[in-house]
Design a protein around this ligand. Structure first.
Ligand code: ZN
Length: 347
């Protein structure tokens, strides 16, 4: 017995969500040649050199400047959270990441967003604007997943009072005040997942989603020791001991044995898929149907035909390719609504 790609496309189900967590490695894989203008993507280890922060840190009296940027930032913050140099550093980082632009052709992030549905979530730790911009350029063409920014983002602004979101220059519809930038830098020791209203809300959305998730993809997130708290929150929401067939998928250039050890607390039984390349992941093989494919494979033991997303297609071709998927999803939703309404009349 097997499930063909046509069957998979035509029968979307409602078997939970797919949650994707993005770390710095995802943006590096998505933009190996940098942004549209060849501007590179810094990591925490080369940020100081790439953004020319060396003289600023020297002025601040930082002695050993060849270290992880987050650690240095934390030390300065602990000396005095009001140091003007902290503001200066933040402005430089904001300006650099804010200036990055998406290439015109479809990128890995466009493919990622198209491969998921509105029930799914992409949660990113990255400050770069690529996922945000990809979401915006596609949002009127394909129904897409929700995105959450776990460490803030250079494009995102919000109203701290009404928790409304937007981008720079927008005003809050409730109080008409200009939305403020989401904070991107936090000292390591006090990543404010509980107190900062913006970050707190983003984490709440992710935690709720994770509890209903059937597939979890961790893409290029190294779970740095500086972010132990984040991994603890993820673990308790995923809660692997209360699961039976859920799938964890890791897209990372490290070897499987290393990843197994690192992510053991997220692996349900022995269900771990590892790949180094996004284009070999379940997301690309079963776009918009990852959870359905998993149900057929694990609960019914069926073989599910691959249906890879056309990764070399242009935007128009991509949108036409996903059209049958979207139509089937619309019909499913309509049928469900009708059932609900009919049920309402009878009772
Ligand atoms: Zn407001």
């Amino acid at each position: 017995m097997r499930i063909t790609r046509v069957q998979l496309v035509e029968k979307p189900g409602n078997w939970g969500r797919h949650i994707v967590i993005l770390g710095a490695g995802a943006s590096v894989q998505a933009f190996p040649k940098g942004d549209a203008n060849g501007k590179g993507l810094p990591t925490m280890d080369n940020l100081i050199a790439m953004l020319g922060l060396e003289p600023v840190l020297k002025r601040a009296g930082v002695k050993n400047r060849r270290r992880n940027f987050e650690k240095i930032y934390s030390e300065l913050y602990e000396t005095d959270p009001g140091l003007p140099i902290l503001r200066e550093i933040e402005d430089i980082i904001y300006a650099y990441f804010g200036s990055l632009e998406l290439p015109e052709i479809p990128t890995l992030y466009d493919h990622l967003l198209i491969s998921l549905r509105p029930k799914d979530i992409v949660a990113t730790f990255n400050w770069d604007p690529f996922l945000f911009d990809a979401w915006n350029r596609l949002k009127d063409r394909v129904p897409m997943p929700e995105i959450v920014h776990l460490h803030g983002n250079v494009r995102l602004t919000y109203c701290p009072e009404h928790l409304t979101y937007g981008t720079h220059g927008m005003c809050c519809p409730a109080c008409d005040k200009e939305l403020i930038s989401s904070r991107i830098l936090y000292p390591v020791a006090m990543k404010d997942y509980v107190h900062d209203p913006f970050i707190k809300t983003e984490w709440e959305v992710l935690k709720r989603g994770l509890r209903q998730a059937r597939t979890l993809t961790i893409f290029g997130y190294g779970a740095p020791t500086t972010d132990k708290e984040a991994v603890d929150i993820l673990e308790s929401a995923w809660d692997k001991n209360n699961r039976f067939a859920e799938r964890t998928e890791i897209i990372d250039k490290k070897e499987k044995e290393v990843l197994w050890k690192q992510w053991e607390r997220f692996i349900v039984r022995t269900y771990l898929d590892c790949t180094k390349n996004f284009y070999q992941s379940r997301l690309v093989n079963y776009p918009r149907r990852t959870c359905e494919a998993l149900l057929e494979q694990t609960a019914y033991g069926l073989w599910v035909e691959d249906n890879p997303l056309p990764s070399n297609a242009g935007f128009d071709e991509l949108v036409s390719w996903v059209k049958p998927f979207v139509e089937a999803e619309d019909s499913m939703r309509k049928a469900k609504d009708e059932k609900k309404n009919n049920g309402g009349i009878q009772t």
